[in-house]
Design a protein around this ligand. Structure first.
Ligand SMILES: [Zn+2]
Length: 242
């Protein structure tokens, strides 16, 4: 699943394609919004909040999209085509450019004033300018479970949550309350900001099962965190995060 940094890159791509341009065609291929037509509206901006994308128009409307596992936005010139056809969820075209949302898990349209319906449940966005790494965290939950909860912190996924626990030298299953996560959150935030501009650091533990820890050489392990069916995979070094 794309994490906050990848979603930011989508927002930048959508801004490059659509910002300050007037839509000459829109096509929502989701039943609830199939009759919506944004033709004639100027796109003001696209912002990322956690893993959510909000594309706003000068008519006071917002398109909410979420990539979830496989979704993506493809942008390009006005004659852009992509597919597969049946997986296209939304098409936005201007005189010069186009953006096509493929396999998006969520596409919704509502008044910009009502965006809270979509994002009101989210915790602070780790990539927001005012994010405070010393924020209070729920104390009794396992570290990685806490970090993955978008209601606690928005934007982290399995990759950055596992890397954060490694930086904190905390087992993914340790109680959050027994761990000082602030320095790790600050470091991960910097890595994510670098990743938005295309500079992703080498991973310490993520998807490195069986490979030697870059610090101590122990083989990296993986396991599940959270409660099924919402459990997720995580990775850790059994020595550094003992
Ligand atoms: Zn290690």
């Amino acid at each position: 699943m794309p994490e906050g940094d990848a979603v930011r890159r989508s927002a930048l791509a959508l801004d490059a394609a659509l910002r300050d341009r007037v839509l000459v065609a829109s096509d929502f291929r989701v039943p609830r919004f199939a009759t919506i037509d944004l033709t004639g509206q100027r796109v003001v901006e696209t912002v990322a909040i956690g893993k959510h994308l909000l594309t706003r128009t000068d008519a006071g409307l917002s398109i909410h999209s979420h990539r979830r596992m496989e979704g993506k936005w493809v942008t390009g010139a006005a004659d852009l085509r992509t597919g597969p056809y049946h997986q296209i969820r939304v098409v936005l075209r201007t005189e010069q450019t186009a953006a096509i949302g493929v396999r998006l898990a969520m596409v919704e349209v509502a008044a910009t004033a009502r965006e809270r319906l979509w994002i009101g449940h989210l915790g602070p966005d780790i990539l927001a300018d005012d994010f405070d790494p010393r924020m209070e965290l729920p104390s009794l939950r396992p570290v990685v479970d806490t970090l993955l909860d978008q209601k606690v912190i928005a934007g982290l996924g399995t990759m950055w949550a596992a890397e954060a626990a490694f930086i904190a030298r905390a087992s993914p299953y340790a109680n959050t309350g027994n761990t000082d996560l602030a320095p790790a959150l600050a470091a991960i935030r910097e890595s994510m900001r670098a990743s938005v501009t295309g500079r992703r650091p080498a991973m310490a533990v993520f998807e490195r099962v069986g490979q030697p820890c870059r610090v101590c050489g122990s083989p990296i392990r993986s396991g599940r965190v959270g409660t099924p069916p919402h459990d997720r995979i995580t990775y850790w070094c059994p020595t550094c995060q003992g």
